[in-house]
Design a protein around this ligand. Sequence first.
Ligand SMILES: Nc1nc2c(ncn2[C@@H]2O[C@H](COP(=O)(O)OP(=O)(O)OP(=O)(O)O)[C@@H](O)[C@H]2O)c(=O)[nH]1
Ligand SMILES: [Mg+2]
Ligand SMILES: [Zn+2]
Length: 358
Amino acid sequence: MPHDYSKFTLPGADAASPTPAVSPLQAFGWQPFFAQQTSTDEMATHPPARVTEVHRSGLRVLGDGIDMILPPRADATVGDWLLIDHELPSASRLLERKSLIKRRAAGHEVKVQLIAANIDTAFIVTSCNADFNVARLERYIALTLEAGVTPVILITKADLCDDPATYAKTAEAISDRVTVVTLNARGEEPNVKLAPWCKPGQTIAFLGSSGVGKSTLTNALTGSEIAATQGIREDDAKGRHTTSHRQLHVLPGSCAVLDTPGVRELQLTDAETGVAEVFSDIDALSAQCRFNDCSHESEPGCAVLAALESGEIDAARLGRWRKLLAEDRHNTATLAQRRSRDKSFGKMVRQVKKIKGR
Ligand SMILES: Nc1nc2c(ncn2[C@@H]2O[C@H](COP(=O)(O)OP(=O)(O)OP(=O)(O)O)[C@@H](O)[C@H]2O)c(=O)[nH]1
Ligand SMILES: [Mg+2]
Ligand SMILES: [Zn+2]
């Protein structure tokens, strides 16, 4: 398992053409944004290390000559940078994030799950088969745009499909903010087609359902067999949930690659801006409605309904916009209520303690 993290070089570097080597920290995704939050002095005593895996028993962090497990902490997630306090590891300082991908956690309770921090590009992976679903892609794009991450739609299994261009066209129609790439994840294509986003020093993530090829892509980019992969079910093209936890892989010559488990259900929370960006045309129309609080259901002077009438916007797409907004608002409001309840509960506990102390 332990890799030699001391000899990172750019691909193609050899003695004849000395390409500048990427420093070990850069290879883990260290960028000026993080460096400016610390100093050379502080780094000498509190070296940076990156969270590559989160387990109930602790966080695995890797850095220049660092490979250790820190005590569990709820505020950190995969991709975070910490300045390690070797004397008191639990006091290691969490650096401010460049980006943060989060969702509503699965289950009945409304809770936030942090998925990944400091990702530069998120590849939203789907296949040329029954997995392909516009509504799901819209969700993922809203989530990543909200997070401050560049989304790229990646359609795999082009080699198994007669007409990958039709899938690409449908995906391209979702948003002009998003690039679409179609490929065969097995073989050489990933390294060529994803090169613009996958330079050493960058951090990328693969998100999407089970069986679409996230681990296959991880292996292709890292030039390894580091991630387990498994065939999908023939009858419905669903995967077998082979990857069980998020893991950031860093191998010489590649970018830092986050492989994630296939997600069954993706619910948004705190993603109003992201949703507005995906549906920017409808969002712009909604600002022109006569009433500020227009619900775009039946109000007079509703610009959204007028556009629907004139055929400027599509009814199914409008339906998806409504659904996403409603879901996001519901989850965001429930979370806000919970936070304020937890806050007043904490206040009450402190007051009781104070009274008891007297
Ligand atoms: N022919 C072909 N097979 C592919 C392609 N991408 C993935 N596969 C195959 O699809 C199966 C599932 O791939 P994985 O990489 O395990 O999928 P995953 O997204 O990591 O799935 P989970 O870990 O379950 O979330 C494997 O058998 C892969 O070899 C592709 O572009 N073309
Ligand atoms: Mg996998
Ligand atoms: Zn309206």
